[in-house]
Design a protein around this ligand. Structure first.
Ligand code: GAP
Length: 547
């Protein structure tokens, strides 16, 4: 690239030019206008090169793609390693239900705990609650679920297999085999599970955790003395009698949700800065016009009116940042606005955070503006006043749910598993590069060989570290085999006790992702690990690097 001066009507203009060989001939291409003076042109070129090099660094970082496997292969891997099993497998399996093994339960708990810390513990404006699973039947009447929470049951004319579509999809979507669904036999299918209560009563298992938040809204608000704007969060099981559960944890009949109802005074402005996140944005308008999604900053989409409300932009960016901070690959995410005929009965506007699953772009988390639909429905059905008193205006207001970030634990778990799965051909094993905060086992402790003096130190370290984390002791097989075993289940650090440990009272820590090793004083090990797990310290700076 070089700067050229052009004289136009007696004035100087500076341009950036590049020479390229095209079809065997060298051609000059103007890359852009740089200004009217050489100084201006130099300055602009410098800025441009700087911008391009940061973009390049950013792209290089993003190129670190995990190994692509399909969802069946992921399910097999999870079963083989002890993460997740098909429920009732010894009896042939129970479709839509999953059991978590010794690693799956740790990963699931870590994921929920990280979500809770980020959304509840570390914020002053959100508190938690935990409602019952079998709920008062009136809740579901008021919420509209009894009348509207249905899928349409369809049968394929070609392969004769049953399936489900949303009402707005009827006549538009086809079966996976390419066949059309029979419109004649299509019928509504209630998604809520019914159960008996006592001798005669009937009730539902909750299909979402959200309604428990609305039903308890007034108690939580008063007891926690929350002032608008504020949120109430809940994590727990939900149940849906899905016609066609599929894609492993993606669509199950029993699953967990992590939900927030965020309440504001009608028209209250967002109090927080919108995180500086860039993502593919797919508005309903672009979908109608058959256009591609565009990559842009979420705050710019708000400025351009693509995202209508500041709170919506804030929550979309916040939710995306949660995934990114825990190591998910940002290139696999986009936000997509619901089309008018796709919106749920309660929604004013909905954007989904979508993830590029191996089976296509799919909803990962729904982020809906529910307006005052739910509180006014519960107010009407319960005949209780659910409004709150506003100290400033000295008036009562019925809060609006400006955003409901609603995320399935299982779908989030799949995201982290897919993005951290690397088939390392050089090492000859899978390396599951889970963020250390999510990793089921934080450290594996090995005596280098089975000798009582090494084993004694290893066991002491195990006792000390297990006060804080899930750590394991492993002395079976060669050291290489033990490293590989731990790489495959995502253990970020392996701690080895060897001959030198006896003399110098130190240990070796090996980093899963780079296989680099450092030596650290045994007395400082716990603090070093704490900082490594929280990514407060670069591995190579945490001790003496072994060449
Ligand atoms: N309270 C709003 C609500 O429940 P939703 O879009 O029906 O909205 C929210 O569900 C999230 O719950 C979804 O984005 C998904 O992550 C998860 N989810 C919903 N149905 C699911 C299913 N059958 N299996 C697994 N996760 C599911």
């Amino acid at each position: 690239m070089f700067i050229v001066k052009k004289k136009i009507h007696g004035n100087d203009y500076f341009y950036l030019r590049e020479s390229k060989r095209i079809d065997g001939k060298v051609k000059s291409i103007d890359l852009g206008y740089l200004g009217k003076t050489k100084e201006e042109a130099d300055k602009k070129l410098k800025e441009r090169l700087k911008k391009e090099s940061t973009q390049e660094i950013k792209m290089k970082k993003e190129v670190l793609e995990s190994t692509k496997i399909n969802v069946e292969e992921m399910a097999m891997f999870c079963k083989k390693k002890g993460f997740i099993y098909q429920s009732g497998e010894i009896y042939g399996g129970f479709a839509g239900f999953w059991d978590f093994g010794h690693l799956g339960v740790e990963l699931n708990n870590n994921l929920k705990s990280e979500w809770w810390k980020f959304h509840v513990s570390q914020r002053k404006d959100i508190v938690g609650m935990d409602g019952s699973i079998i709920t008062h039947p009136q809740i579901w009447k008021a919420s509209g679920h009894v009348d509207s929470f249905n899928d349409v049951f369809v049968v394929c004319k070609k392969c004769k297999k049953p399936g489900k579509v949303d009402r707005h999809e009827l006549g538009k979507v086809k079966c996976a085999c390419g066949g059309e669904y029979d419109k004649e036999t299509a019928k509504d299918f209630e998604l809520m599970f019914k159960t008996k209560v006592g001798a005669t009563g009937e009730a539902y298992l909750r299909p979402e955790t959200a309604q428990l938040i609305f039903a308890n809204f007034k108690f939580v608000q008063e007891n926690a003395r929350m002032k608008l704007p504020f949120g109430i969060a809940q994590v727990g099981k939900s149940f849906r009698n899905e016609i066609a559960p599929r894609d492993f944890l993606f669509r199950s009949r029993e699953f967990e949700q992590m939900e927030i109802e965020y309440f504001i005074e009608p028209n209250q402005k967002c109090l927080y800065e919108i995180p500086d996140e860039e993502i593919l944005i797919y508005s309903s308008e672009a979908q109608v016009k058959n256009q591609e999604p565009v990559k842009m900053k979420i705050k710019d989409a708000l400025k351009k009116g693509i995202i209508k409300k500041d709170w919506h932009a804030y929550w979309l960016a916040t939710e995306f940042s949660w995934f990114k901070n825990l190591g998910a690959n940002p290139n696999n995410f986009r936000i997509r606005q619901h089309m008018n005929d796709e919106k749920s009965h309660y929604a004013v506007d909905t954007w989904d955070l979508e993830y590029r699953f191996p089976f296509g772009w799919k909803e990962l988390e729904g982020i809906a503006d529910r307006g005052d639909f739910d509180l006014s429905q519960h107010q009407k059905f319960s005949k209780k006043d659910l409004s709150v008193f506003d100290e400033e205006t000295k008036k009562k207001v019925l809060p609006h749910v400006i955003c409901e970030p609603s995320l399935g634990v299982g779908r989030a778990l799949l995201v982290f598993m897919f993005d951290s799965y690397f088939d390392d051909k050089e090492r000859g094993n899978i390396v599951l590069k889970l963020h250390p905060k999510l990793a089921p086992i934080k450290a594996a402790i090995f005596p280098i060989v089975k000798r009582p003096e090494f084993e004694k130190i290893a066991e002491e370290i195990l006792d000390d570290l297990s006060e804080e984390w899930n750590v394991i002791y492993d002395k079976a097989g060669s050291i290489g085999r033990r490293y590989a075993r731990n790489d495959e289940v995502g253990t970020p650090f392996c701690i080895t006790i060897d001959e030198e440990s006896l003399k110098k009272k130190d240990v070796t820590i090996r980093d899963r992702d780079t296989t680099n090793q450092i030596r650290v004083k045994a007395s400082e090990l716990k603090e070093v690990l704490r900082r490594l797990i929280n990514k407060k310290l670069k591995f190579e700076d945490a001790g003496k690097l072994i060449k």
